[in-house]
Design a protein around this ligand. Structure first.
Ligand code: LRH
Ligand code: MN
Ligand code: MN
Length: 427
């Protein structure tokens, strides 16, 4: 355990009585609505969202990076930080790795994760940066490059990610590429997409039977005129072209402002192609802000679609839930703790929507009451459910407070040398 269990127990003891009262009060209120609070709590307890390994470091922006004290030096430190988040929240049992950022002996990685009680979610490949000693450059693309040798290198890299993931017990590969163009006329859209499909089919062919392939769309950046996998439409075509193991990954930050993401989610569910999420928030573009820090209602509306699908047991519905955020001004562990809790909150709120009433209002075209039904659930403070879940599963009632009281960051800062922010930002 990364944080002293006795400290968490002490902290919890000081808060347990108030929590119990708040939980009972909420339970009474939900009971009047015909909802059993313990059933909601059980669902929330079974819910988890994966931590992105790259999220525990200070990501920064394209312009600057201001490292904090005690930053993880390598993937083993990152895993320890992830274990802290899991210990306190009990909602983040898995880590999503990014290769080659997290490259290490897979057997050692697995052993380390096991001792920390962590598992692995989707593997992420990286052909959007050049690595030291790499044969060919991705400056003009990777899986869609005009040069067959560069495409081959990118394919091999993805196959290597699968190999590493097999040892780790991962069951999915996520591909996001930055390929596109910066000038009208720079590329032939059709030929570029043909090359994408051809290359991705080779990766798909290397996928074990029990694995899934997630392709992630993003409207723009780093290619600013056109991006190959720019939206869910193209993404859906890819998943259809590749086959039954191919699904679309929705990163909330990868859409134009005001796009109705919850409807995209609904469409992908309806046609059996929703693979999973990268949760974060944004105001302008791919800001990678903390989940629900800007628009918690949108996150709730996404979860409203997920719960709807869960209840009607939509065929093949089993999305992967992951965070993907970059932290510039906060302690990444604290941000990830809060974001994990926000995702759980959106889930709990969506679970208490009165769906029978909602359907009735929809059938009667009572727009006002339909939307009020959603708002009623969204406005309900479900924190006692989340906190009780954490308490009962050995986590902290107030994770950030316990984290601060434990002085974890100060402790690791003594072991981990300070890093310089010079040299600009990373993704
Ligand atoms: C691209 C992205 C993708 C990458 C991650 C670092 O913007 O969302 O998921 O793998 O950021
Ligand atoms: Mn992402
Ligand atoms: Mn992104």
């Amino acid at each position: 355990m990364m944080i002293d269990k006795a400290l968490i127990a002490r902290d919890n003891a000081a808060r347990a009585e108030t929590l119990k009262r708040d939980y009972d009060t909420l339970g009474e209120r939900l009971d009047r609505q015909g909802i059993a609070i313990d059933a909601i709590k059980a669902k929330v307890a079974a819910y988890g969202v994966a931590i992105p390994s790259w999220g525990v470091g200070t990501g920064g922006t394209r312009f600057a990076r201001f490292p904090g004290a005690g930053e993880p030096r390598h993937i083993f430190d990152k895993l320890e930080d992830c274990a802290v988040i899991q210990q306190l929240t009990r909602a983040t049992p898995n880590v999503s790795l990014h290769i080659p950022w997290d490259k290490a002996d897979p057997t050692e990685l697995k052993a380390k994760a096991e001792t920390l009680g962590l598992g692995f979610d989707a593997m992420n490949s990286n052909t959007f940066q050049d690595q030291d000693g790499q044969g060919r450059s991705y400056k003009f693309g990777s899986l869609t490059h005009t040069d067959a040798g560069t495409r081959r290198q990118a394919i091999e890299h993805n196959l290597e990610c699968i190999e590493i993931g097999k040892t780790l017990g991962s069951k999915a590969l996520t591909i996001w590429i930055g390929d596109g163009s910066n000038f009208p006329g720079q590329v032939n859209f059709t030929r570029q997409f043909e090359r994408y499909l051809e290359a991705t089919k080779e990766i798909y062919a290397g996928l074990p039977d029990d694995w899934r392939l997630f392709t992630e769309h993003k409207m723009y950046e780093p290619a600013f005129y056109s991006t190959v996998v720019q939206d869910w439409g193209t993404n859906y075509m890819i998943a259809r072209e590749l086959g039954d193991k191919a699904f679309c990954l929705v990163d909330l930050g990868h859409h134009a402002p005001n796009v109705n993401i919850e409807m995209i989610v609904s469409r992908l569910i309806q046609f059996g192609k929703l693979g999973g999420f990268h949760f974060n928030d944004s105001k302008y573009g791919d800001d990678d802000l903390d989940t629900a820090s800007i628009d918690p209602y949108r996150l709730f509306l996404v979860f409203n679609e997920l719960v709807d699908a869960e209840i009607r047991q939509a065929p093949g519905f089993d999305p992967a839930h992951m965070l993907d955020q970059s932290h510039n001004v906060t302690d990444p562990i604290e941000s990830l703790i809060v974001s994990a809790m926000e995702v759980g909150r959106a889930y709990a709120q969506a679970l208490i929507v009165d769906r029978t009433a909602l359907t009735g209002f929809q059938e009667d075209n009572d727009a006002l009451m339909a939307t009020t039904t959603l708002k009623t659930a969204f406005r309900t403070d479900v924190e006692p459910i989340l906190a009780m879940t954490r308490l009962e599963s050995g986590g902290a009632i107030a994770p950030v407070a316990s984290y601060r009281a434990a002085g974890y960051r100060q402790k690791v800062a003594e072991i981990r040398p300070a890093v310089s922010g010079a040299g600009g930002g990373i993704v």
